[in-house]
Design a protein around this ligand. Sequence first.
Ligand SMILES: C[S@@+](CC[C@H](N)C(=O)[O-])C[C@H]1O[C@@H](n2cnc3c(N)ncnc32)[C@H](O)[C@@H]1O
Length: 289
Amino acid sequence: MTKAAGKTGAGPTVTVAIEQHFPPGQRVLDDDLASGMLPGSMRAIVRMTKPASIRDWFVRSLEKPAPGIWGGIMVRKRYIDEKLAEAIGQVDAIVNLGAGLDTRLYRLPELADTPAWEVDQPENIEAKRRALSRLFPAAPANPTLVAIDFDREELGSSLVAAGYSADARTFFILEAVTQYLTAEGIEATFGFLSRAVPGSRLAFTYGLQSFLDGSDTFGQDELRRKYVDKEKLWLWGLDPDEVAAFLGRYGWHVLEHPTYEELALRYVEPTGRDLASTPIERMVYAGKL
Ligand SMILES: C[S@@+](CC[C@H](N)C(=O)[O-])C[C@H]1O[C@@H](n2cnc3c(N)ncnc32)[C@H](O)[C@@H]1O
């Protein structure tokens, strides 16, 4: 059974596809595959937002309850793309956990020769398979798609059954995924990551615990009510001061821990766009000891 979080798999890719309507110099992220990766109904939404007035209205309406969400998606993708490109030659494999309809493993030419796996719930893996057969009539042999639920199934054995070697220095990605996992799912996922070989890398995002528990909503009460209280979609968060100790328990150490505001200085400011930065999510880049 697909969990409700499965419905979020396409969302970031819809925003990235709409971002492509901005002129090249104003785009935070270039992605010529995003639109094609989406199912037909969502491609229609992307087409409808082509006129600048509708595109800008769409961005504003998404930002209203969640200021910084648009820029947050763009900068986290840019950051992970960059870290991946830098790590090529130093890792033997890439595993994108909760990959949704993200395109980077098909989009970045530097990654083409590194064996890769994309893991998500069955519904999203099937959607991706359909999109890939539309985009690339000769199906790409790499990455391999793996359908599992991290909260209920064993990640390590599922990946090994799909051809992954546990001895490979691996670049793991957990982008906009941890907030959807149960405490047991987090323990199982990071328990799996604790067995990664030294030299492996991990880029992951997390939601702030203070937002989850309501002690600091950063003025985004409506958003919290919807995703935390009502839909119970966002389940897990971390306190930034506890990230190093949390990772240390699983044998990882923090290499970088930027705020989205810092990432926006790097990726948004050069575009001249005026985009808010989300205070409720953070990015971590870590190395395996
Ligand atoms: C917000 S989307 C992010 C997708 C992609 N990483 C991106 O940033 O474009 C969250 C993804 O995590 C996946 N996910 C959430 N909980 C999961 C679970 N228990 N097992 C497997 N995948 C899960 C969802 O199916 C969804 O594709």
